[in-house]
Design a protein around this ligand. Structure first.
Ligand code: DP6
Length: 354
């Protein structure tokens, strides 16, 4: 008869984040240290999140991972290995410090099973790895009762994941090494309750070149990237923080759009070029500028990550009109197979469901 083993498990969810000041390029690939600091807004809603269950048991023979029900290669996944190694090493150190009992020590030595589910398209430029690694590291932290800043471990999984570990606007401070490259909340969820986000899923297709490979090529070939890191980002970081603190939507929106444009200019300056935006993305850019020009003020802003899908920022009083225009132009909510729009609030409590 087979021996029965106790299974301990924890389930957590983490949302995606939208980068306002973009992370593009690393100073150290192994430790995943970025060339510049970045700022994002964590979406606090149920539509775009990763839900991850981690389990451990004496009966597990190896670490295993399923993503959206499909078993993944664990052994050759260096980032996942880095996260698991870091978590186990932290767990061991902290357990020793608090003189943990034998049962707890045994738990740390056991293998881990991980099952993660995204409720949105994976690897389509919608920050799926950010949500995925944030949920994973958060869940592992709970499983092993780890204390301390886990953002540096999430960063090892995927850089932008460290910003999904907290709500509101979050800054990833570039730092120079393992321990000082961390994410910190800049302002909490409730800071800017009028802010609204629309997500336009232009394509659910997996992108040809992922962010990691794309930014590596940019670092190697784009001279614009070097100028951006040294001369542009530092000013924009300061300016966007002021705009956020002062609820200055016009200033915020302008920086947001210029950041997106520069990211994609760097991508075009990469050799061979990285073409993440498609014709529909460009139509969205034109529509946003036309809308703002019509009112003679900035009411709507776009930003695109490494994919064609658009994130739009607006304010509460304009949200209904924006929704109507997007609906009329792109037909979202109308059952069209290419477009789906989600209007989400940016000011609800964090959906970490532990
Ligand atoms: C364009 O965090 O996916 O979304 O650290 O290599 O996993 P890795 O990259 P990743 O890159 C995100 C790039 C971006 C901009 C951003 O989120 O800041």
């Amino acid at each position: 008869m087979q021996e029965e083993h106790e299974i301990e498990m924890v389930t957590c969810s983490a949302p995606v984040n939208i980068a306002v000041i973009k992370y593009w390029g690393k100073s150290c690939e192994k430790k995943n240290i970025p060339l510049n600091s970045s700022i994002s807004l964590t979406l606090n809603q149920d539509h775009l999140k990763a839900t991850t269950t981690v389990a451990t048991s004496k009966g597990f023979e190896s670490d295993k991972v399923w993503l959206n029900g499909v078993k993944q290669d664990v052994v050759n996944n260096a980032r996942l290995q880095a996260c698991l190694n870091e978590i186990r090493s932290w767990a061991r150190k902290q357990a020793a410090r608090r003189k943990a009992d034998a049962k707890e020590l045994l738990k740390i030595s056991q293998k881990i099973h991980i099952a993660s589910q995204n409720n949105f398209p994976t690897a389509a430029g919608l920050a799926s790895s950010a949500a995925g690694y944030a949920a994973l590291v958060f869940a592992l932290g709970q499983l092993f009762s780890i204390e301390g800043d886990l953002t540096r471990i999430a960063r090892r999984g995927s850089g932008s994941a460290c910003r999904s570990m907290d709500g509101g606007f979050v800054e990833w401070i570039a730092g120079t090494d393992e321990d000082d490259s961390i994410a910190k909340q800049f302002v909490p969820e409730m800071h800017w309750p009028e802010l609204r986000v629309f997500i336009i899923v232009v394509s659910k297709k997996k992108k040809d070149i992922g962010s990691t490979g794309g930014m590596k090529n940019s670092v190697e070939t784009s001279s614009l990237l070097q100028y951006r890191v040294s001369d542009v980002v530092p000013h924009r970081l300061t300016a966007v923080k002021t705009a956020i603190l002062e609820h200055d939507f016009s200033a915020f929106a302008e920086i947001c759009m210029k950041e997106s444009n520069q990211l994609h200019a760097v991508c075009q300056d990469t050799y061979p070029p990285l073409l993440y935006m498609n014709d529909t993305s460009k139509e969205i850019v034109k529509l946003v500028h036309k809308y703002n020009d019509f009112y003679g003020s900035t009411r709507l802003a776009y930003t695109f990550d490494a994919g064609p899908n658009a994130f739009l920022f607006t304010l509460d009083p304009f949200a209904n009109e924006v929704a109507t225009i997007l609906n009329e132009t792109f037909g979202f909510n109308s059952g069209d197979k290419f477009f789906r729009g989600l209007s989400v609030k940016a000011n609800e409590p964090l959906p970490y469901e532990c």
